[in-house]
Design a protein around this ligand. Structure first.
Ligand code: SAH
Length: 265
């Protein structure tokens, strides 16, 4: 069992200026005044014990299944094998943490299946030889996908519109000490202009169309992956590449994500 350490949570502004102690008010409002929260601290949950076995071995089996199902990007597979998914789910669901299933995370939201997380991030990376640059995630939820992304990008900005989940993700992520992951509370339909342009944008909630802010904040040469309701009336994964001359969109397989909603709550 790793030792318990109580690191202070540091709040970094985008100018890179650190402030020392966590104030409960900071980092909880967005609009244009959003402040990213850099994750640092380290409490340890009892989840390891309740998994009842070496979680690395269980994750390795999950990764084998992901590879067998067609995920090929070695860096994605490595990140999926690294992040402890069981630390993001309720104790009662820990035994299902490495099954290919979505699970409830509270407030009517769900953590996506490992297969969908891996597929979307593989699309997002588009066979990049190294790390992605700055990435924006819309829909932090419990923080799992954000943690995976943090292993594959130089900086990750992840935004959540439900305060309860934003705070839950903050707690879940504390023990991982992911210094390049910045959690934001706000309406992700506005994107996060201060971090733009993004090499990649990924959404974990789907609407009827792609918000203009996402397209605007995508770098030229960047890629966006999101669920979206198609004209046929079902939700599908959409990949948008921004080229020097415009945007190219492809609609891929059907998916089932929670709805993208505007405003905060
Ligand atoms: N990636 C998450 C998945 C969470 S489910 C995980 O690993 O757990 C999708 C999340 O998107 C929900 O938490 C929902 O509240 C959030 N969401 C929906 N609309 C949003 C918006 N406009 N801005 C930010 N988050 C949004």
């Amino acid at each position: 069992m790793p030792e318990k350490r109580a690191f202070p949570i540091r709040l970094d502004s985008l100018s890179g200026k650190p402030s020392s102690k966590l104030s409960p008010k900071l980092g909880l409002t967005l609009g244009n005044a959003a402040r990213p929260v850099t994750m640092q601290a380290k409490p340890v949950k009892a989840a390891d014990a309740s998994l009842g076995m070496d979680s690395a071995a269980v994750r390795a089996r999950m990764v084998q299944k992901l590879a067998a199902s067609g995920i090929q990007d070695a860096l994605v597979l490595k990140a999926m094998g690294t992040v402890e998914r069981h630390r993001f789910v309720e104790t009662a669901l820990v035994n299902q943490a490495y099954e290919d299933t979505s699970l409830p995370i509270g407030l009517g939201q769900t953590i996506s299946k490992p297969n969908v997380v891996a597929r979307m991030i593989e699309l997002l990376r588009n066979n990049a030889p190294g790390l992605l640059g700055r990435v924006l995630e819309i829909g932090t939820g419990c923080g799992y996908q954000a943690a995976v992304l943090s292993h594959l990008a130089t900086e990750v900005y992840s935004i959540e519109r439900l305060k309860g989940l934003h705070e839950k993700a903050r707690l879940n992520l504390r023990s991982f000490r992911l210094h390049n992951l910045h959690l934001l509370f706000g309406d992700g339909m506005q994107g996060f202009a201060k971090g733009a342009p993004y090499a990649a944008i990924i959404a974990a909630a789907g609407g009827e169309s792609l918000p203009q802010a996402w397209l605007d904040q995508l770098a030229v040469g960047g890629r966006l992956v999101a669920p979206m309701v198609t004209p046929a009336g079902h939700q599908a994964l959409v990949v948008v590449d921004r080229t020097p001359t415009g945007y190219q969109q492809r609609v891929l397989e059907a998916v089932h994500f929670v709805p993208l909603k505007s405003g905060i709550s």
